[in-house]
Design a protein around this ligand. Structure first.
Ligand code: CAA
Length: 391
């Protein structure tokens, strides 16, 4: 039977950030609440030249030179930060990346689950179109508003993945366990720039859905917790994953607890430094684990995806021999260390600017771009969003 999985994976996140301890001071909150209680140390801050298209294109550009672009037959963008009510962000990205016209390109929305929906569709597509590959992009800007309970759990970024036969990084196992129910834990009406969230209820549902899907998955596959080298989670903030991991580790021996806890810490490092990527959060955890975990070829990794509203899915994959050659470990760590730190005043000014609804045409010049990526949002002309590549 042919194998399908992640052949390439790339991340983009903004080049500016704030320290959550400084945010805590400004909001008159004990910093330990943010760094320990919620588990977030830094938060990426997008500027006005950054949107889901520019971030998604920049994430894919990290690996496109290593793949045969002419074989990409499907492009799915999972996002809940849409830029248009009709036209899919996937079409803008298709154009920027010069992907072939013989392509099925669209956008998927189901809160933070959107990219996993894309990964599942991509697997089916690759299995039924021999030789073809699929590009799945998760891209989001998480906004809850200044001085709100959710503020410290914001963030921004994109993860792009090429799904193929004979993948070079992770081979998915065929089984998966899903669970859906109509839940009002997080939503964003069309008239609102920021999400409405009942954070505690959302955590409750996230954990409940974890139990449903994880138990179902173990039953289906006859796998045991000890078979996993690591479990990765959708991580809007690291405390949420810590709580799910506690459930997974109940009744396990000390050695298993110690081993999987260390891997969880490795998988949550980038989330602590970047914040919530919504659709990309689970896949950022995977990248963080690949870069900083203690792993070997053949290791089994579990994936827990959750999207408010709510849909959850648990699935798993094995690391392919030689996967280390496909991941640029140092680049990400060097980039995070080189980001520009913003003061809280600067962050608030940028945040307010990004939130302005503009209905007239405007132009953003390359001088305004502070980014590790080369693709940027350049403004609006005749009501159409414009994207440019620097240089
Ligand atoms: N030192 C150490 N810990 C402290 C502390 C201190 N001084 N003060 C408080 N804490 C701890 C608390 O004990 C608590 O820990 P537990 O959760 O383990 O009990 C934690 O810090 C948070 O404290 P509170 O619950 O009092 O904090 P809060 O009322 O400000 O709410 C929050 C926190 C719920 C995370 C809030 O920030 C929030 O609503 N964030 C947004 C929620 C969110 O992102 N939800 C995810 C939805 S799923 C998703 O990603 C969306 C999707 O699908 C679209």
């Amino acid at each position: 039977m042919s194998t399908v999985g992640i052949d390439q994976i790339g991340v983009y996140t903004p080049a500016q950030y704030i320290e959550t301890t400084e945010l805590a001071k400004r909001r008159q909150v004990d910093p330990n609440k943010y760094t320990i209680g919620i588990g977030q140390n830094q938060m990426a801050v997008p500027n006005p030249t950054t949107d889901i298209v520019s971030m998604g294109a920049n994430a894919a550009r990290t690996f496109l030179s290593k793949v045969d672009v002419s074989q990409i037959g499907l492009l799915v963008v999972g996002t809940e930060s849409g830029i248009d009510q009709s036209k899919a962000s996937a079409l803008f990205i298709k154009s920027i990346l010069n992907l072939p016209n013989q392509l099925r390109a669209f956008e998927v929305k189901e809160a933070c689950f959107g990219a996993t929906a894309g990964v599942m569709m991509a697997q089916d597509y690759v299995k039924t179109h021999p030789g073809k590959t699929a590009l799945v992009i998760a891209s989001d800007i998480s906004r809850y508003g200044l001085n709100t309970g959710g503020e410290v759990t914001q963030g921004a970024g994109a993860v792009a993945m090429l799904i193929s036969e004979k993948p070079r990084i992770v081979e998915f196992l065929p089984e998966s366990a899903s669970y859906s129910d109509d839940v009002n834990d997080f939503w964003r009406p069309n008239y609102s720039e920021t999400a409405f969230v009942d954070g505690k209820y959302s955590t409750e549902k996230y954990l409940e859905f974890f139990t449903h899907t994880f138990d179902d998955y173990l039953k289906q596959t006859q796998l045991k917790v000890t078979d996993f080298a690591a479990l990765t989670y959708h991580l809007p903030f690291t405390k949420m994953g810590i709580k799910a991991q506690r459930l997974a580790l109940e009744n396990q021996d000390e050695a298993t607890k110690t081993r999987l806890t260390a891997q969880f810490e490795a998988s949550s490092k980038y989330c602590r430094q970047i914040g919530n990527l919504y659709t990309g959060s689970l896949y950022l955890s995977l990248v963080s684990l690949l870069h900083q975990g203690n792993l070997n070829s053949g290791d089994l990794i579990g994936f827990y995806s959750y999207g408010s509203g709510s849909v959850a899915e648990f699935f798993a994959g094995r690391l392919v021999a030689g996967y280390q050659n496909e991941i640029a470990t140092n680049h990400m760590q060097d980039f995070l260390a080189s980001r520009q730190k913003l003061s809280i005043d600067e962050y608030e000014a940028i945040y307010t600017e990004c939130g302005k609804v503009k209905t007239d045409d405007y132009e953003l010049t390359p001088e305004a771009v502070i980014s590790d990526g080369e693709v940027y949002f350049a403004g609006v002309k005749d009501h159409l969003r414009q994207y440019k590549v620097k240089g």
